[in-house]
Design a protein around this ligand. Structure first.
Ligand code: YRP
Length: 408
């Protein structure tokens, strides 16, 4: 989608839909496909009944009896995203079905081979990612109804039922609220290239209002996600096999690679929205110096290739921060600082959510652990769990605080 010989800024002026970003839905996959050709019924039957198969201890045998299916019939992009989503759910269910202390270390070839082939086609890793379980995992109950959480449902879910569904749908609504802000980005680039201060100010106001609506959507989490169920059940299924002491070397993808491979679990850091507002506002640019930036950079490999390219083009484009400083215009500086304040408020809110859903339940488990468990389950790397994830969030929150432009 990037035109040769164009600067990265001009590349950004290309319509965002060429980066598979939607004017109305942002990074969310619009109207995801919910069915595959009947040839793929063996996959869809397992993915659609995952919780029940796990509860009845039938998942292992079902997966091992699965026929080796070819991915050739998956030609359409939305079909490929649905298939990666389905195989991602089955893979996480298969690896973690007996809990995080008894992970399955080998992924059977009937699952590993098509999953890795599809991952290659989509340039995604062979593990469930945020772009699968949030951005492509939704449908409307009543097609003519509103995009409200009451009228939305997930295509697949994990054990933990309503909490699993709620966690993915709240994340989806936060992502959808970001759409007007993402749509404003090409306007911001164009206004900078044309030295158009008024348009720039208006576009920055669109970003500010979009980020505050994201925080409003985020508040839904308290009504739809139970902290104990999230921490003790759902979080396990989103865990990965990178730097995971329980899966040294990672997972063996039978029939694909001779040695095990490591991949990170799902994480909010894989959200292109979370990353692109940071890049737009120049919140942290040097992955060399700050580890949070390096960590975020590494998670871009877990995003759809076109979204990764958009963020890269944004990062190598003109600096909005420098433009605003150089313009020396009070109103423009205020519009920029309002953006940063809105993002700071969203970051603070994210920290409060992680405290309620991870830090506090982890503390309770630790105290319980001293009484009953020999080894307290180590929190996975910086995915949806882990004190290091909290440190990461606090680092980017503090960097956001420092991004405010001082009065000229
Ligand atoms: C509900 C939470 C979650 O962790 N969801 C999740 C995690 C892993 C997986 Cl696999 C699936 C879902 C969080 C939502 C809001 C999302 N968000 C998007 N842009 C953001 C910008 C910000 F500044 C910010 F603070 C949060 C931002 C991130 C996830």
């Amino acid at each position: 989608m990037e035109r040769k010989g164009k600067t990265s800024a001009e590349n950004l002026l290309i319509k965002i839909d060429q980066y598979l970003i939607s004017e109305d839905y942002g990074f969310v996959l619009p109207h995801p496909q919910t069915e595959l050709p009947s040839y793929y019924d063996p996959w869809m039957e397992i993915a659609s009944n995952l919780s029940q198969l796990i509860e009845n201890c039938q998942l292992c045998s079902k997966v091992e009896k699965m026929p080796l299916l070819s991915t050739h019939a998956l030609t359409d992009y939305k079909e490929q995203r649905l298939a990666h989503l389905a195989l991602g759910f089955i893979t996480m269910g298969y690896v973690w079905q007996n809990g995080s202390e008894k992970a399955q270390k080998v992924l059977p070839g009937t699952l590993a081979v098509p999953f890795c082939k599809l991952s290659e086609v989509l340039d995604l890793p062979p593990v469930l990612v945020y772009a699968d379980c949030v951005l492509a995992n939704w449908k409307k109950k009543d097609p003519s109804g509103p995009l409200s959480i009451e009228n939305l449902d997930v295509i697949f879910s994990f054990p933990g039922g309503e909490t699993s569904k709620g966690f993915f749908l709240v994340s989806l609504l936060v992502e959808m609220a970001a759409a007007p802000g993402i749509r404003a980005i090409p306007k911001i680039i164009s206004a900078m290239l044309h030295q158009d201060i008024t348009s720039l100010e208006n576009a920055l106001q669109d970003v500010t209002s979009s980020i505050s609506k994201m925080r409003d959507a985020f508040k839904l989490i308290h009504g739809y996600v139970n902290p104990e169920v999230f921490f003790n059940t759902l979080r396990i299924y989103l865990s990965g096999w990178k730097d995971n002491p329980l899966m040294a070397g990672g997972l063996l993808y039978e029939g694909v690679w001779k040695t095990p491979r490591e991949f990170s679990g799902g994480s909010a850091g894989q959200s292109s929205t979370l990353q692109c507002f940071d890049v737009l506002l120049g919140i942290h640019s040097s992955p060399e110096s700050d580890s949070a930036a390096a960590y975020l950079q590494s998670l871009r490999d877990y995003m759809p290739a076109s979204h990764r390219a958009f963020i890269q083009a944004l990062a190598s484009g003109p600096s909005l921060r420098h433009f605003v400083l150089a313009a020396g215009n009070d109103r423009l500086q205020e519009a920029f600082n309002s953006c940063v304040s809105a993002l700071l408020a969203l970051r603070d809110y994210h920290i409060q959510v992680v405290t309620k859903y991870i830090t506090i339940p982890a503390g309770k488990q630790k105290r319980r652990g001293c009484l009953f468990h020999s080894a307290v389950v180590p929190l996975p790397e910086k995915g949806t769990g882990g004190t290091s994830f909290m440190c990461f969030l606090k680092t980017i929150r503090d960097l956001t605080k420092n991004a405010q432009l001082l009065d000229i």
